[in-house]
Design a protein around this ligand. Structure first.
Ligand SMILES: NC(=O)NCCC(=O)O
Ligand SMILES: [Zn+2]
Ligand SMILES: [Zn+2]
Length: 467
């Protein structure tokens, strides 16, 4: 019940300082030098960073997609997340056609129940609104404490919403104080380019990237920005990959629009050439939007550094290479879209960002935890180390080096896009609400102990979340 984390270097989005942390009943109750509480367990953090637990705002666990279902469910997915230093995930609850939205949310609760090792919340995806679901949406958001709605401008045959639905979603979200997360790519034009490529006889994975040009991400980003602005809504652009989209977000923010952006580890560290490898190897790197030519990475890092992009999501959406990815062996458009990143999100950003000097330790904490807590209504319960915050804590060794491999990762897939990469820094112990989930690199958590996070819907105001 009582713990003191001793001797570590506390790193938050704003400070780095030496202090002990006293935890009781899952909360941080005291922070100070040389704390002594007689009956508290001592957790030695000497030589380590003590950081707020990671918040991954973008996961797809146990999700039906592309005629199959993702390979990581709430058990393997949340265990892997915990190994990687993530203590809260926000997962996308899919809705379908005329189905009641509440039915979809119940299904998502059932997927997580008894399985989640860490805390979690849902974003509610909207495909097309019927008069019934349109009426249900604001009520359900409030009842379930869901502060974020997701709309896809891509995947023409599966999830894509019309601009009219997108606009309606913005209006409703504005009225209830929710944020709308949008996958910005022009799905209809992509669909046409895919058909053209197939007619020309192209089957290889690289055509996934070649049929989704950056202009179609830039165009959709601009469209979403303008529609959100007309509706007066708050927009969060998911998985930004390229200069064209970054430029639109920066231009909008400079005009004072309420726009936020997320990018993901692979867009910062891998590039389009991965899809052009011989044979079918490139299928391991098929997700959407696709990997881009390398020069885009600099624009993403710069935008993160300038806080024009605020968060790092994993976009965890895993399919085994020798399993479900093979659905696209003879047709690139049938390769299930997505990759396994929930485990290495934290380490990749630390290693490629902090140890290379691209970002500071404070910026790192902000990107992997604090900003997401602020944008999605979890702050200051989550996302920081402060009195009364949940004791979601990562004890992180910044010196240790390890090699990423599918042989040692905990995700339920047979490959890792970072296979063989050496990263510096590793979460050693991870606590959720004061209880160990990872202790000395071993999983000691309890499946089902993760709590569903009802978030508070507050009217959107610049002061409440402006970053
Ligand atoms: N990103 C991806 O390819 N799969 C997950 C669905 C999405 O986020 O677009
Ligand atoms: Zn997406
Ligand atoms: Zn996604």
């Amino acid at each position: 019940m009582k713990k003191i984390i001793k001797g570590g270097l506390i790193a938050t989005a704003s400070d780095v300082y030496e202090a002990d942390i006293f935890i009781e009943n899952g909360k941080i109750v005291q922070i100070g030098k040389d704390l002594t509480i007689l009956d508290a367990e001592i957790v030695d953090a000497t030589g380590k960073y003590v950081m707020p637990g990671g918040i991954d705002p973008h996961t797809h666990l146990d999700m039906p997609f592309n005629n199959t279902v993702t390979d990581d469910d709430w058990k393997s997915g949340t265990i892997a997340a915990a190994f990687g230093g993530t203590t809260t995930i926000l997962d996308f609850c899919l809705t379908a056609g005329e189905e009641k939205l509440s039915t979809a949310v119940e299904k998502w609760h059932a997927k997580a129940k008894g399985k989640s090792a860490i805390d979690y919340g849902f974003h509610l995806m909207i495909g097309d609104l019927t008069p019934e679901t349109e009426a249900e949406l604001p009520v359900l958001l409030e009842q379930q404490g869901i502060t974020s709605v997701k709309v896809f401008m891509a995947y023409a045959k599966e999830f894509q919403a019309t601009d009219r639905t997108l606009f309606k979603a913005f209006k409703i979200a504005k009225d209830v104080g929710a944020v709308v997360m949008v996958h910005c790519e022009n799905g209809s034009v992509i669909d046409e380019l895919v058909e053209e490529a197939k007619r020309a006889g192209h089957t290889e994975p690289i055509y996934h990237a070649l049929t989704r040009p950056v202009e179609l991400e830039g165009e959709a980003t601009k469209r979403a920005i303008e529609l959100a602005h007309i509706a007066g809504a708050k927009l969060y652009v998911v998985h930004v990959t390229c200069k064209e989209a970054v430029d639109e977000i920066i231009a909008a923010r400079e005009k004072g629009y309420d726009v936020y952006g997320e990018t993901c580890p692979p867009y910062l560290t891998l590039d389009q050439s991965a899809l052009a490898q011989p044979g079918f190897e490139g299928a391991k790197y098929v997700w959407s939007p696709p990997l881009r030519p390398k020069y885009h990475q600099e624009h993403l890092w710069n935008a993160l550094k300038a806080k024009q992009l605020q968060t790092i999501g994993s976009d965890q959406c895993s399919f085994s290479f020798n399993g479900k990815k093979q659905l696209g062996l003879n047709d690139f458009s049938k390769i299930p879209n997505g990759g396994p990143f929930i485990e290495d999100r934290f380490s990749i950003l630390y290693s490629e960002g902090v140890t290379t000097g691209k970002i500071s330790i404070n910026e790192f904490v902000d990107m992997v935890s604090t900003s997401a807590a602020k944008i999605f209504g979890l702050y200051p319960q989550k996302g920081t180390i402060a009195i009364d915050s949940d004791a979601d804590i990562v004890i992180f060794d910044p010196q240790v080096k390890r090699e990423i491999s599918a042989k040692t990762h905990h995700m339920n897939v047979d490959y890792n896009p970072y296979e063989g990469w050496e990263v510096t820094g590793e979460p050693i112990s991870v606590l959720v609400r004061g209880e160990y989930v990872i202790k000395d690199k071993e999983f000691v958590g309890v499946l089902g102990s993760g709590q569903y996070l009802k978030r508070g819907l507050k009217p959107a105001t610049a002061e409440t979340i402006k970053i």
